[in-house]
Design a protein around this ligand. Structure first.
Ligand code: ADP
Ligand code: MG
Length: 343
């Protein structure tokens, strides 16, 4: 595995005396800096420093595993601060765990860096671990290589056996809900591109892009309540489409019921542009979920406890396809359902 790696300070056979890791350079210097801040938990039998981590899964729990990569320019503008990249790299993974109803536990980090930059690394790890600490996640391993900036995180969580929220459980008649508000991050990307973050509203939108809050507590609360769930990362219409496809059903969405933040409403987009942001914006990291009508009354208490709006936006139908209707039940056309890397 030597190719592409950042040259180590000390190369040589494993039998040779192990040199002290440098703190100012080399692959092992970087790893030592990460290790010093990785956090721990009682169920980490062995963390960073061996060939692999050893983790204890409690009896009766299932392990939920997810991986997401962030590539410079594709997933974040090149000018993004290291701290925000670190935060977001973990956030997008915790969002996937949230969508499964899993409690986050551990993460590993595969980091490809163009050069050794200690200040950048420290800021990156600072952002990553700030979110990790918030959710009690220990960083238990990873890999460090040289190349174009790219960050791959694998996050692992726990769920009681059989209780994971899946995409394939939506049934005709279920209500469709979404948490928080949609479209802010996509509008925030515009703010960043135009370097126009002067107003309070623009700052709110930008923060939604760079500091997504994975809906972990909501995912846990939805165990035994939601029939299906997904996190909205590539645009609501597209991600809801995955739920409908997996469940073999269709749906009608009320486009004018989609929750827009005050900042988004104040951003001055046309109706058509705002609908596009709400339906296909991407990077929202809200949860979209379906609920059988008899369990809907439980949602009010969950929303109150979490101080998180939960908005009913549509209904699951037996026939495949996603119909978009406005407040007067007229069809709404959408050019692109969401983000696709190979479009
Ligand atoms: P190996 O060559 O056996 O794969 P490495 O030298 O790549 O081991 O890594 C040494 C230790 O440091 C391992 O425990 C690995 O998980 C950890 N590690 C390497 N890179 C990172 C990273 N970017 N973040 C967290 N842990 C890392
Ligand atoms: Mg090894």
């Amino acid at each position: 595995m030597a190719r592409g790696r950042i040259p180590a300070i000390a190369a040589g056979p494993r039998a040779a005396p192990v040199p002290k890791p440098s703190t100012h350079g080399g692959e092992f210097g970087l790893i030592a800096r990460i290790q010093a801040r990785a956090g721990s938990r009682p169920d980490v039998v062995l963390g960073i420093g061996d060939d692999a981590a050893v983790l204890r899964v409690p009896r009766g729990q299932e392990l939920v595993v997810t991986t997401d990569t962030l590539v410079a320019e594709r997933h974040f503008p090149r000018a993004t601060a290291a701290r925000e990249i670190g935060w977001k790299a973990l956030a997008v993974n915790l969002s996937d765990l949230a969508a499964m109803g899993a409690t986050p536990a551990w993460a590993s980090l595969a980091l490809t860096l163009p050069r050794i930059d200690i200040a950048w690394l420290d800021a990156f790890v600072g952002g990553f671990m700030a979110l990790a600490r918030r959710h009690g996640v220990a960083l238990v391993g990873g890999d460090t290589t040289r190349g174009p900036l790219s960050v791959t995180v694998t996050a692992q969580g726990l769920v009681p056996r059989g209780k994971a929220l899946r995409r394939d459980g939506a049934r005709p008649g279920d209500a469709i809900y979404v948490s928080g508000s949609l479209g802010d991050a996509a509008a925030g990307l515009r703010v960043v591109r135009q370097a126009a973050a002067s107003t309070r509203g623009a700052q709110v939108l930008r923060a939604r892009l760079e500091h997504p809050q994975p809906r972990v507590a909501l995912g846990l609360a939805l165990r035994g309540v939601a029939s299906a769930a997904i996190d909205v990362s590539d645009g609501l219409a597209q991600d809801l489409g995955h739920v409908l496809g997996a469940s073999g059903v269709g749906a009608v969405l009320e486009v004018d019921a989609l929750p827009a933040s005050r900042a988004l409403r104040a951003a001055g987009a046309s109706t058509a542009a705002r609908r596009r942001l709400l339906l296909a914006g991407g990077d929202d990291y809200e949860l979209c979920f379906t609920v059988p009508p008899r369990r809907e009354p439980r949602l009010a208490a969950i929303a109150r406890r979490l101080r998180l709006p939960l908005t009913r936006i549509g209904t699951v139908l037996p026939a495949p396809g996603l119909a978009l209707l406005d407040a007067r039940a007229r069809p709404v056309r959408l050019r692109r359902a969401g983000y696709d890397h190979f479009d």
